[in-house]
Each structure stands twice: as C-alpha cells, then as structure tokens.
Design a protein around this ligand. Structure first.
Ligand code: HEM
Length: 438
C-alpha cells in the first residue's frame, strides 16, 4: 500500500493527503510540506500508534516507542552520549568492526556475491553493539547464532508475525501465548536473549566501575562507559537501560545498513558519481575522523541517498490524542496520522529534477535555503533521530574504507524493484560484485 502510494505521488506530486480506514480507525497519510510542518509543530497532540508496532514491543520497549515521562527521561539521559563530540570517540571501534568485516568477506570468498544490504546490516549491527558496550561481541553465541544473527532472527520473526491475518484478527496475544510451535520457539529465544543481555549489561557496568576505581578512569569508550563515568547510570533503572539498548539496535542497525547498501548500488549505477567520489577519497591523505567527516562530495552522496530513497522515508503511524487542526485539516482524537518524508524529498517545488540521483545538488549554496521541514531523513522536532550523528559518521567511515579497498559493480541483468517491508527494501537480494583494488 505505502509503496503504491509512492508511485501515485510520483505521478501527482501535488496530492496533499490520502485517507483510508484501518478497521475502526481513520488513517490520514500526509504529503504536503505545510501539513507536515504543522504535524511536527503539534507533536504533543500525538502518540506513536501501537497496533503495528505492538508485536515488536513484546521484545523492544525502549525510547523509540516510549511516551511521556519514560521517553523524556531516556531522551535527556542519552542526548549527551549521542552528541557529536562524544560520538567521534567511537570512530576507532567503527574502523575496527569495518576492517573485521572486510577480512571476513575476503576470507569467505564473498566478493562475487556480496549482498550489500545484508552484509552492511551485519556490520552496522556490530557497530551499535560496540558503541553501546565498547566491543562488538562477535564471538558470543546463542544457540549457535551470533548476537547480530539472533537479534535479526527475532526481529524478522516478529515482523513476519505482524504481517499475518492471524495478527490482524487476534493481535499480539495469539503469538504471546505461544499457540504454535514456531511462536513458542521465538518466545523462548526472546527469553534467552533477554537474560543474556541483562547479564551482559550488569557485568559490563561492573567491569567499567572497577576500572574507574582502580585506575581513576576507563579505557572503554562506549555509551555505557559514558553513562558510568559521569554517574548518570544511577538515573536509569537496569530494566530501562536494557530496553533502550534494544531500541537503539532496532532503530540503528536496519536503517544505517540500508543506507550503506543502497548507496553502494547507486554508485554502480551512476558512474560519474562513483568516479568523482573515488577520486575525492583516493586523493585525501588525512584518515582522521575530523577530516573524513568533512569530505564535501562524500557528504553530498550520503545526503542525496537519504533524499532519494532514505531508509525511514515514511514515519511511524501516530494516533491523535486530542482534536486539533494541521494545514487547515481538522484532526479528531483517535485518527491515525502518517507523515511521508519521501513526498517532500521528491517534490519538484523543493528539489529541482527530484527523480534524478544527483549528489552535486548538495554542493550548491542555494540548498541551505531549504526549509528544515522539507528535508527530514531523520525526522524533525522533539522525536527526531537521536542517533543521526552516529549514523552519518559510521556511513562515512565505512564507505571511505570500502571504496578504498574495492571496486563495486552490479550484474547487468539485476533489476531493482523496491517493496515496503519494515523499511522499503529490494524485492530481490541486492548482490554486487567486488574486486580488490591494487
Ligand atoms: C541512516 C540511518 C538512520 C535513519 C535514516 C534514521 C531515521 C530515523 C527517523 C526518521 C526517526 C523518527 C521515527 C519516527 O518518529 O517515526 C528516528 C528515530 C530514532 N532513531 Fe534513527 N535513524 C538512523 C539511525 C539511527 C541510529 C544509528 C540510532 C542509534 C544507534 C538511531 C536511534 C534512533 C532512536 C532511539 C529514535 C527514536 C527517538 C525518539 O523517539 O526520541 N537511529 N530515526
């Protein structure tokens, strides 16, 4: 449905809203910049709508879905740890995980069949774990699976349950009760993972605290270490910390891996963009994060990928908690509102030639005049993406390393068709070919 709406919007970019019903609810999808701006200015009038996220919330119940005081306290606590100045210190961890993945791709001989989105999601999953704990836990196993594989398995299984008719009729209770063998297996895995994670958090905190006691400081650079060394750890319960870690994983792994995997694909399709980026990266001598994060064309490529097909180009459904008006449209309490970021990113009144993948548009000074509600790959307002600096920094580090190490190409017969799953994803696996550069 959301995907066909995107096509409809390409044909009629002036469409403002689209109204349907889901069961007893009226659902209003909003496309027009003025209405979306009003939506952001009225965020206090909405809550995230739980129906479709409800099954996922059986496993993840942290900052991304929290509301009210729970959300406020988590957001305040983590804002400092996700600040760019602190995030920069995580660069060596990201470089280490990237080097390990590159070695694994070569050792497993995956060069000819490099599934760009899956492989990048494995890497970005490890990066979220490393950013939180100071190590990527890649040697830990649960039922023979790595931690990233276990998390992906659980999240995919929950997303698949949500897409069934049974879920539409009975809701999450059916799966919660474990009425089928498969749902019992998932429920048990969730329990095992939760207990693994709770133990890991407790032992890491103890390790960092002991380090500080003995040495006056800790060599662990991670979000957890930041919370412990500033004593902010006492402001959050272990339960909340544990839920928030899973929320960061859910919000940060799929999205950033998707951005990287899709950008690699665009580079194979737009040869002039690829050679310009390769040249900028090849001629840059300074490999510090300060320098890589300032490379103008790399920055432009990432901005353009986020505009052209950003991973979160449709925001979570919201439910109105009171009557109000946005863009002249009366909204009644109980209506569902879904903002479409992509409708602005492909709007010809905002972006010239919007259907062209053209990173150079971001080098033009005029672009800085764009209204802050018209380019929203990380959303806007109080519930914008807390991980956006981490996402951009890791995308730059990883692309820089992959472009230096490999040439990418795409099989000529590959045809990209996107479908809306949890994110908009390619229907057929996006398998590129890599060759080692001299
Ligand atoms: C390219 C990568 C990413 C994109 C495009 C992206 C985009 C977004 C968007 C659009 C939202 C708002 C969702 C909504 O309200 O409907 C969001 C929220 C969020 N993101 Fe990201 N995100 C990315 C990476 C990350 C990373 C790496 C993390 C952390 C490790 C993260 C953590 C979060 C959290 C916790 C929220 C909820 C914030 C709140 O409600 O206060 N994201 N993200």
């Amino acid at each position: 449905m959301e995907y066909s709406l995107k096509h409809q919007l390409d044909k009629d970019p002036y469409q403002k809203v689209y109204v349907t019903n889901i069961g007893p609810y009226i659902k209003l999808r909003i496309f027009e910049p003025e209405i979306i701006r009003d939506f952001f200015q009225n965020q206090h009038n909405y809550k995230k709508f739980e129906f479709f996220t409800g099954n996922l919330m059986r496993f993840v119940n942290g900052i991304i879905t929290a509301e009210g005081q729970d959300w406020k306290s988590s957001r305040k606590l983590f804002s400092q740890a996700f600040h760019f100045d602190y995030i920069q210190k995580l660069a060596p961890l990201i470089e280490k995980s990237t080097n390990t993945i590159i070695d694994e791709i070569i050792a497993k001989n995956e060069l000819q069949n490099f599934n760009s989105i899956t492989c990048m999601q494995e890497l970005t999953g490890r990066v979220v774990i490393a950013s939180f704990f100071g190590e990527s836990l890649e040697n830990e196993r649960l039922k023979g699976r790595t931690i990233v594989e276990t998390l992906s398995y659980i999240l995919n299984a929950l997303a698949r349950q949500t897409g069934t008719l049974i879920y539409l009729i009975f809701g999450k209770k059916f799966f919660q009760l474990g009425l089928t063998k498969h749902s019992r297996e998932i429920n048990q895995l969730i329990e095992e993972f939760n207990s693994f994670l709770q133990n890991k958090i407790a032992s890491k905190i103890e390790e960092i605290q002991n380090d500080i006691k003995q040495n006056g400081n800790t060599s662990n650079f991670s979000i957890l270490a930041q919370l412990v060394s500033t004593s902010q750890i006492d402001q959050i319960s272990r339960q909340q910390l544990f839920e928030d870690f899973k929320a960061f994983y859910l919000a940060g792994m799929d999205t950033t891996g998707h951005l990287l995997g899709m950008t690699m694909y665009y580079l194979t399709q737009y040869k002039d963009v690829y050679s310009k980026l390769q040249q900028e990266i090849d001629t840059n001598q300074d490999q510090s994060i300060q320098c890589i994060s300032q490379l103008p064309y790399l920055n432009a490529v990432i901005k353009e990928s986020l505009r052209y097909y950003g991973p979160a180009n449709i925001l979570f459904d919201r439910i109105a908690t009171s009557d109000h008006v946005i863009g002249g449209i009366p909204i009644k309490k109980g209506m569902i509102i879904t903002p479409f970021a992509i409708s602005m990113h492909r709007n010809q009144n905002i972006f010239e030639n919007p259907h062209a993948y053209n990173p150079s548009r971001w080098l033009d000074k005029k672009i800085s005049e764009i209204n802050s509600f018209s380019y929203i790959p990380f959303s806007s307002g109080q519930r914008n993406c807390i991980g956006q600096h981490l996402a951009q920094m890791q995308t730059k580090i990883i692309l820089n390393k992959f472009i230096k190490k490999f040439n990418f190409s795409c099989p000529e017969n590959y045809k990209l068709v996107m479908a809306f799953k949890f994110l908009s994803e390619p229907v057929d696996p996006l398998c590129l070919k890599l060759t080692l550069r001299q």
